[in-house]
Design a protein around this ligand. Structure first.
Ligand SMILES: C[S@@+](CC[C@H](N)C(=O)[O-])C[C@H]1O[C@@H](n2cnc3c(N)ncnc32)[C@H](O)[C@@H]1O
Length: 429
């Protein structure tokens, strides 16, 4: 068996095996050399990984390592050169320079905090109100580091900053919202005829849908670098629903968006079906999900659930019973065993009428059915892996009593993995 790389799409279920032409030993030597060089020079490592400008990477590194003298020196350089205060965050801790100085790196450096505050309040400066991935602000870190007075002062400054910068922030969570979402440039390029994908062309023509995604409540979509691809994928799912089961968009139905990510598919479908009840399910924190209720959309709700947990099926059963409508389950790019979970869910729950599944990578070798183990060999091309994996899932769906399955290639989906399996249960009326 060959050494394989994890799937870039899903983190937990993406540990399938993939071909690699370079001999294992050589790969290890090259990777070790790169890692030793990069980690010996942390600023190089930061800059390399996130394309952070070099001076900012150096500052973040100095703060992460608690090198007060170097950090002060670098801050003085920023001041002297008249550059704006660095807006990047540390890769390891997702912290602003102020958070790191206040205690996120393990110890509080009051001199550094004061020096950073000299750059001023606001999103473009010290950003005292910012919170890290773990939801902590600079004030929280200072308090955790035993600097209660400094923490209280930072908290007051954060309140002031929130008031003064309210117009540049999301009204729900206070996250900074750009003046113009990055994704707006995609619409511009379509309008200028630079892209030809017909699904997206149509989407950008329908101003209402597009405009609603530009609202601040949807800011979690705004900075996405892969929005073009993601939008094409979600629009293909919408097109498949319209084709296979159009009543979902008009009658009383419940849609479950499995492994929803940021829930773009849910948002797109809800814009076309304002009465459809949608449960978007994933195991990530709700922080990345749009503020649907605040945007006046009461039909989309987020369910945080690890689908590989033993109780996941029961949780979804309860959700389906609670909503009480016939249900369609959608799984866009479900990695490995998550696709198997979707099939089993569809098989076991009678109220599930339709299943639209776009498989992603293979499961880990140890979880693979014996009939698919040959796919993990180096000589098997990726396309064959994907097609045989999809055929396996198709056969499992087709083996469910009273179910018919269709298989379609979505030509406008900007992904190599664009096979849509649609399974429908036929109920006697
Ligand atoms: C490839 S992404 C697909 C995201 C979304 N369907 C889309 O196409 O935009 C895979 C998603 O699966 C989620 N995921 C991975 N393992 C999971 C698990 N055990 N339970 C629930 N969600 C999981 C990840 O958080 C991620 O959002």
């Amino acid at each position: 068996m060959a050494l394989q790389a994890p799937c870039a799409m899903g983190k937990r279920e993406g540990r399938h095996r993939k071909r690699r032409a370079i001999p294992y030993g050589l790969t290890v030597v090259v990777l070790c050399t790169v890692c030793v060089v990069c980690f010996a020079l942390p600023s190089v490592h930061e800059a390399h990984v996130r394309q952070i400008p070099r001076p900012t990477a150096a500052l973040l590194s100095a703060l992460e390592q608690g090198d007060e003298q170097l950090a002060l020196h670098l801050l003085n350089d920023f001041n002297r050169s008249g550059s704006s205060f660095p807006q990047h965050r540390s890769r390891r801790r997702d912290c602003t320079p102020l958070m790191l100085a206040a205690g996120a790196a393990g110890r509080c450096w009051p001199r550094l905090v004061e020096r950073i505050l000299d750059f001023g309040l606001g999103i473009q400066a010290a950003d005292v109100a910012a919170v890290s991935r773990s939801g902590r602000s600079a004030a929280d870190y200072a308090e955790l580091a035993g600097e209660g007075d400094l923490g209280a002062r930072l908290r007051k400054l954060a309140e002031r900053e929130l008031k003064e910068t309210a117009k540049q922030r999301c009204p729900c969570c206070g996250a900074p919202v750009g003046r113009r979402p990055r994704i707006a440039s995609l619409a511009d390029r379509y309008r200028a005829g630079q892209h030809q994908n017909p699904l997206l062309q149509e989407f950008f023509r329908k101003n209402a849908t597009w405009a609603s995604l530009m609202r601040p409540e949807f800011h979690t979509f705004h900075k996405s670098r892969s929005f073009h691809k993601e939008l094409s994928e979600s629009l293909c799912i919408l097109a498949e629903i319209e084709k296979a089961c159009p009543s979902v968009l008009h009658d009383n139905w419940h849609l479950i968006d499995l492994c929803c990510g940021k829930s773009l598919t849910s948002a797109i479908v809800s814009s076309q079906a304002p009465n459809l009840s949608i449960s978007a399910v994933d195991y990530v924190s709700p922080d990345g999900i749009p503020h649907y209720a605040a945007a006046g959309i009461r039909t989309v709700s987020y369910l945080q659930q690890d689908l590989l947990d033993n109780g996941a099926l029961q949780v979804l059963r309860e959700r389906i019973d609670e909503v009480g409508y016939p249900t369609i389950v959608v799984g866009l790019h479900l990695c490995g065993n998550l696709s198997v979970f979707a099939v089993e869910l569809f098989e076991r729950l009678d109220t599930l009428r339709t299943c639209i599944l776009v498989p992603c990578c293979l499961p880990h070798l140890r979880d693979a059915p014996n009939t698919l183990k040959h796919l993990y060999r180096r000589s098997v091309p990726d396309e064959q892996q994907y097609m045989e994996w999809a055929s396996y899932l198709e056969a499992r769906l087709a083996a469910i009593p009273k179910v018919t399955v269709s298989k379609t290639f979505a030509p406008h989906m900007k992904s190599k993995k664009r096979l849509i399996l649609t399974a429908m249960k036929h109920h006697e009326s």
